[in-house]
Design a protein around this ligand. Structure first.
Ligand SMILES: NC(=O)c1ccc[n+]([C@@H]2O[C@H](COP(=O)([O-])OP(=O)(O)OC[C@H]3O[C@@H](n4cnc5c(N)ncnc54)[C@H](OP(=O)(O)O)[C@@H]3O)[C@@H](O)[C@H]2O)c1
Length: 454
């Protein structure tokens, strides 16, 4: 048995996640297994391996090999992407034998191969940012996971922990009152690993248009619909201040996860109120540090720019690139061969000089709205070094049972509905991260965490 099994440990992000887990200050408290399709590649990438690290030879398309490796783990950390191509077999295997489940659990789940499923519920985290894939695993496995109490948490990298954490912290700072508009200036500086670029191409080339449309809908991943999201613009007005910015490349992905958090919290509240013994999180008592975001809540993200002209040019460039890559196959073919290829990523100096700065402003939904400001700053390449920290700490939170009451019910969750404050505590303890949140009179004001909540 191993405590944490890292699948895809030879990938560019997987090896950073593996190194993080292998060199963590709490390393003496857990055992690690690494799964890869090539043992020699695993041995050649400079990971600090010792005799305690178990190695599993696993091809993601070999159901028996995955099943056998996954069954020996308490937590699976999956870095094999593009997830649209490779992810589902790993998630399938984290569920117990379907034969043990009620006939109801079978409904709509014939796609699962019962003999390939693990016998015990096993927790799972990954670093996907592919919403069509997340929608698929929600449809296929969410209900089942609530029966087996497996906690499945996609998107534990730069998509979408900072976004999800910002709103969670705003909700706490405002004293858990219903929220109104929430706006994030998402500043990211760094390189793009080849696997991330390959994931974009996977979405352009392989995901059917209908599935893209389905997963891009407002509240697509949420079990409950909320207020309509405002359209992306160049100037956003919140409180007394105007914010200028262009399209955030991962804005829609993050919005979908934050909306799922809002929807799951609402569902949890309704089941608790109805005393629903079979409902999601029924095993939980109380709501812990979680509070509903309310019916007026909306979330928007933009990339900060100096002025409206550069915001317009940025949005135009991103829009044109996406449209040409999606619809002009020869252009896509050329670009695909020019960009960083899977398996490689930014150079060491780019990894260290990368930065993340998320500034979130959230208004309360009250007769006299108040404003919470949350700043998440981190040093290091967001898609690689910081993603390794975030997914690594998520896996540890799962392993050590640092979960919210809602997570006691299992299911396909989000970082905040699964971990809540515990992941924020863990990130704050990491020297790369600096996180502050509090009430402000105006969005320009510095955050003073000691300021009293009402
Ligand atoms: N959401 C976020 O914040 C975030 C951040 C970064 C990355 N990502 C995502 O993470 C994923 C990985 O990115 P990356 O840059 O690390 O990609 P990568 O370097 O190409 O790594 C892919 C990994 O998948 C493994 N793999 C591929 N096919 C396999 C198979 N049939 N069986 C077993 N293993 C297989 C590869 O093994 P080999 O080494 O043997 O080829 C490698 O370990 C991408 O989907 C990317 O979009 C997300």
């Amino acid at each position: 048995m191993v405590d944490i099994l890292i699948v895809g440990a030879t990938g560019f992000c997987g090896r950073h996640a593996a190194r993080y887990i292998l060199q963590h200050p709490e390393r003496s408290k857990y055992t690690v297994g690494l799964a890869a399709r090539s043992r020699s590649k695993l041995a050649s990438i400079g990971l600090p391996l010792d005799d305690s690290v178990q190695v599993f030879k696993v091809d993601i398309f070999d159901a028996r090999a995955i099943e056998s490796a996954v069954k020996q783990a308490k937590v699976v950390l999956n870095c094999v992407g593009p997830f649209w191509h490779y992810g589902t077999p790993v998630v399938r295997c984290v569920f117990p034998d379907l034969n043990a489940l009620s006939a109801r659990a079978y409904a709509g789940l014939t796609i699962l191969c019962p003999s390939a499923c693990a016998r015990h519920g096993i927790h799972y985290v990954d670093i996907t940012g592919e919403t069509p894939w997340i929608l698929d695993i929600i449809k296929e496995f969410d209900y089942l996971a609530t029966k087996t109490r497996a906690v499945i948490v996609p998107s534990c990298g730069v998509d979408s922990i900072p976004a999800d954490a910002s709103v969670h912290l705003a909700s706490k700072a405002l004293g858990r009152v219903p929220l109104g508009a929430s706006l994030t200036s998402a500043g990211l500086r760094g390189g793009a690993p080849g696997g991330t670029i390959a994931s974009f191409f996977a979405v352009f080339e392989d995901v059917p248009s209908e599935r893209i449309k389905d997963s891009a809908r407002d509240w697509a991943l949420s079990p409950v619909r909320g207020a309509r999201s405002p359209a992306e613009r160049l100037v956003y007005r919140l409180g007394r201040r105007a914010h200028v910015g262009g399209i955030a490349v991962f804005g829609r992905v993050n919005r979908a996860i934050v909306q799922r958090t809002a929807g799951l919290l609402e569902l949890h509240r309704r089941s608790a109120r109805a005393g629903d013994a079979g409902g999601r999180g029924a095993a939980a008592t109380g709501s812990g540090d979680l509070a509903c975001y309310g019916p007026a809540f909306t979330y928007t993200e933009f990339t900060p720019t100096g002025n409206v002209v550069s915001a317009f040019l940025l949005s135009l460039a991103i829009g044109l690139t996406f449209v040409t890559l999606k619809f002009i196959a020869p252009f896509r073919w050329v670009v695909k061969h020019l960009v960083t290829q899977p398996g490689s990523g930014p150079a060491d100096h780019t990894l260290e000089s990368g930065r993340l700065e998320y500034v979130n402003v959230t208004m309360s939904d009250e007769p006299s709205p108040r404003c919470a400001k949350t700043i998440i700053k981190a040093r290091g390449d967001p898609g690689t070094l910081l993603t390794a920290v975030m997914v690594g700490e998520s896996a540890l939170a799962l392993l050590f049972g640092e979960l919210t009451p809602l997570a006691a019910g299992g299911g396909v969750l989000t970082p905040m509905t699964a971990f809540g404050d515990s992941i924020i505590r863990r990130l704050k303890a990491n020297e790369r991260f600096e996180i502050t949140s509090g009430i402000v009179d105006s969005p320009d004001e510095e955050v003073d965490e000691s300021r009293k909540r009402r």
